[in-house]
Design a protein around this ligand. Structure first.
Ligand code: UGA
Length: 428
């Protein structure tokens, strides 16, 4: 099938490459000419495991271009996968979606199915209808569906090929869009959930909200278990064995980050306030996350009372297997440590410290240089490379004995056996 995908971010690109590998002919559009050039040279502009290799295989079925008009003209199916970043008031910025509609509306002269992949507030697909009507496009010439994505960065390809569900929101009486999408995704084994447009839009928010709630819940219990000398990992394991709870997203630590959870929860909070709905859990989840770093910083201050000493931070990205540092908890951690006066040094296998933070911390190309002479070593991101460290060598290289495990990936007893003081939350 001839398919146009608008947006070559990690969602649009993963979708494009996967659909091309399934045999569809894909035109993948992005306004960023630089990005298009890189993609045409086979280079993926961000780190996503496996994507470059699959692109290589699917290369003959995919074209990267900035020409929206031509791509829309020649495609019957148009996926919109552009960003919807948070605005200052927390609401989702839909301007990229509207700009796409402006670029393409004149090309809707033969029947098109427009599928919204971007995370958008409930009611957005309805507004898209109104917008296209205002622009003079006949409603007989298109159908709209909401088909949200549930891809994790770093595992996007796996999630695309092995989804736990595929959610499709359609208008009442639309009998063609579901079979069309099912034929596009033929070859991917998935459970379909069919709902109305706002239903699909809201499912996406509810999914992220629930996952973020699990994280904040376990971080709250970690605060309690800290006081009672209980290991939070025992609690996660035990409650996770209850199939009604499930073991995923119960890892306590410095909190969640990334380009999705913080943004989507804020967007939902904006909507809930606007609609005057009482939703106290939503606020509490964010409040716990926003204050989680403080608990670690207070413990560091207690153990390291000389506030000019060198501290080494391992990890800048919001999680492992990505170079994405957006809303990473590592950022406020570094900011707080630098504001206190510590000499902050950082290492990350893929993430790069932003220019505006270079005065706060020094990034090194290796873990060894980062750790050298430090009084405290802090784990901020659970990169596999940090899982088992040569503690004897680290002890020799460091000037102090404090180890802060912000992700609960280290063995406390083992670390203590080297003479270190292990600091965590919920790790007696
Ligand atoms: C998230 C969702 O998991 C995807 O399903 C969704 O499609 C995506 O947002 C999106 O909306 O596009 P992602 O942002 O890539 O995916 O990251 P996650 O793997 O969900 O992790 C989010 C944060 O939670 C990370 O900072 C991670 O370190 C943290 N986390 C995760 C914990 O602190 N504890 C856990 O137990 C699990």
């Amino acid at each position: 099938m001839n398919i146009c995908v608008i947006g070559a971010g990690y969602v649009g690109l993963t979708l494009s490459v996967t659909l091309a590998s399934l045999g569809h002919y894909i035109q993948c559009i992005d306004k960023d000419n630089n990005k298009i050039q890189q993609l045409n040279n086979g280079f993926i502009p961000f780190y996503e495991p496996g994507l470059a290799e699959l692109l290589e295989v699917a290369r003959k079925n995919i074209v990267f271009t900035s020409n929206t008009v031509e791509a829309v003209k020649s495609s019957a199916v148009i996926f919109i996968a552009v960003g919807t970043p948070a605005q200052d008031d927390g609401s989702a910025d839909l301007s990229f979606i509207y700009s796409v509609l402006h670029d393409m509306y004149q090309e809707i002269t033969t029947f098109k199915t427009i599928i919204i992949k971007s995370t958008v507030p409930p009611g957005t697909c309805e507004q898209i209808y109104q917008k296209l009507t205002e622009l003079g496009v006949s409603p007989h010439l298109y159908a709209i569906a909401s088909n949200p994505e549930f891809l994790r960065e770093g595992k996007a390809l796996y999630d695309m090929l092995h989804p736990d569900k595929t959610v499709i929101g359609i208008n009442d009486g639309d009998t063609t869009t579901v079979p069309l999408l099912q034929s596009i995704y033929a070859g991917i084994n998935t459970a379909y959930v069919i709902t109305n447009l706002a239903g699909a839009e809201l499912i996406k928010y509810a999914n992220n909200y629930f996952l973020a709630t699990k994280i904040s819940f376990i971080n709250e219990i970690a605060r309690v278990s800290d006081k009672y000398q209980v290991d939070i990992q025992h609690i996660s394991k035990a409650i996770g064995l209850d199939p009604r709870i499930g073991k995923e997203f119960l890892k306590a630590g410095i909190g969640y980050g990334g380009s999705c959870f913080p943004k989507d929860l804020r967007a939902l909070e904006y909507l809930i306030k606007k609609e005057q709905i009482n939703a106290p859990i939503l606020h509490a989840v964010q409040q716990i996350n926003d204050t989680q770093i403080n608990i670690y910083v207070e413990k560091i201050k207690k153990h390291l009372p000389h506030f000019s000493e060198k501290v080494a931070v391992l990890g800048l990205t919001f999680k492992a297997d990505t170079n994405d540092i957006r809303n990473s908890q590592s950022i406020p951690l570094i900011q707080q440590l630098a504001t206190i006066g510590y000499d902050v040094h950082v290492y990350d296998p893929k993430g790069v410290i932003p220019k505006n933070m270079e005065s706060l911390a020094t990034q090194h190309p290796s873990l060894a240089e980062t750790v050298e002479g430090s009084h405290c070593l802090i784990l901020a991101t659970d990169w596999p490379a940090f899982t088992s460290l040569p503690w004897q060598e680290i002890k020799k290289a460091m000037n102090g004995l404090f180890i802060v495990d912000g992700r609960n990936i280290w063995n406390k007893k083992e670390i203590e056996s080297y003479g270190f003081t292990y600091i965590g939350v919920g790790r007696p």
